[in-house]
Write a protein that binds this ligand. Structure first.
Ligand SMILES: [Zn+2]
Length: 342
């Protein structure tokens, strides 16, 4: 052989050796650095067969031409070994952690807290009050709030609280012994009366310059209430009277536990009391003494009566605290209605 021929052969051998080294080294490098090929990994699969042949041809060509081989042979080994190991580990760990934590925490906290708090808050406040069982009563049902409805001597108790509203009546004969022979008394039953007097004294102590408050009207007999109601019907009509006056047997005044409270020096019951020192204080503090504002503003559909900022009902401190804190009416708290049957 001539000298230039030998050089050509040597160059060709070196080129082949280098190419082989490159071909062998490339997959190893890529296996160690999988990210590099992610984009091309999927694309290349379809082309594999076509390129396999070209790659084979190129290798022979490459033996003669040093410039070309570098680009072409590289594609062949890249497609096969790289596609498999690269696609699997990359797609799985990347998609899962990204989609899951993003969608879950966002949808859940948004929907749940909006619906739950209202019910859970009411439930939480209900825990403040332990329902009482009325000894010797007959259980006639359970309210929507889960309280037992018990009847004894024709009187209905819900969760142990005596109920007199448009749904639940008091017998015509029901008259606490304290009121025997009386049709109307500005005095509550002993326990409630004691609580009222304490409340009255505390208000005066806190507000020495205010005139104070008194009971305008407390107990009314069945027949006395009936007479009042009939007069209101004559004056305003039945529909109107039903919004502010109870029919006989449906009034809390017959229980001796409901009282109309007025500032001293005022004899008519008007909404103006809500703006007086006395009215504001009672609305905020009466629960501490066991009283609840029985007919709050805007609750006529639930309680059956128009707003009466003067009418308070004694239910005991435990129940009053729970009901006041819940912001619910007595009907809502206990899960009962106040609607006349006819
Ligand atoms: Zn009243």
């Amino acid at each position: 052989m001539k000298k230039p021929e030998i050089i050509t052969v040597i160059i060709a051998i070196i080129a082949v050796v280098l190419l082989t080294a490159l071909i062998l080294a490339r997959p190893v490098y890529l296996a160690l650095n999988p990210e590099e090929t992610t984009g091309s990994a999927e694309e290349s699969t379809e082309e594999t067969s076509a390129e396999e042949t070209t790659g084979a041809e190129v290798t022979t060509e490459a033996a003669e031409i040093t410039t070309e081989p570098v680009t072409v042979p590289v594609t062949e080994p890249v497609t096969e070994p790289v596609t498999e190991p690269v696609t699997e580990p990359i797609t799985e760990p990347v998609t899962e952690p990204v989609t899951e934590p993003v969608t879950e925490p966002i949808t859940e906290p948004l929907t749940e807290p909006v619906t739950e708090p209202e019910t859970t808050a009411a439930e939480a406040w209900r825990l403040l009050y332990t329902p009482k069982h009325i000894e010797g009563s007959e259980s006639v049902g359970i309210t929507s709030s889960g309280y037992a409805i018990e009847v004894k001597d024709g009187i209905t108790y819900v969760g142990g609280i005596l109920i007199a509203n448009k749904t639940y009546t008091l017998p015509e004969t029901y008259r606490p012994s304290e009121y025997m022979g009386k049709e109307w008394v500005a005095k509550l039953l002993p326990e409630a009366q004691t609580a009222f007097e304490k409340m009255q004294a505390d208000f005066k102590a806190e507000n020495p310059r205010a005139s104070g408050f008194k009971i305008q009207s407390a107990y009314r007999s069945y027949s006395y209430q009936g007479g009042l109601y009939d007069n209101y019907v004559k004056r305003d009509g039945k529909a109107a009277a039903d919004r502010y006056s109870a029919r006989a047997g449906h009034s809390e005044h017959q229980t001796g536990l409901g009282a109309d409270i007025n500032p001293v020096g005022t004899s008519t019951l008007t909404e103006a009391i809500k703006n007086t020192t006395e009215g504001k204080w009672l609305a905020e503090n009466s629960w501490k003494y066991g009283f609840i504002l029985r007919y709050p503003e805007g609750k006529e559909e639930i309680t059956g009566y128009l707003y009466e900022p003067w009418h308070f009902r004694y239910v005991g401190i435990e129940a009053a605290a729970a009901i006041h804190m819940s912001g619910l009416t007595l009907e809502e708290f206990l899960g009962i209605t106040s609607v006349y049957a006819d």
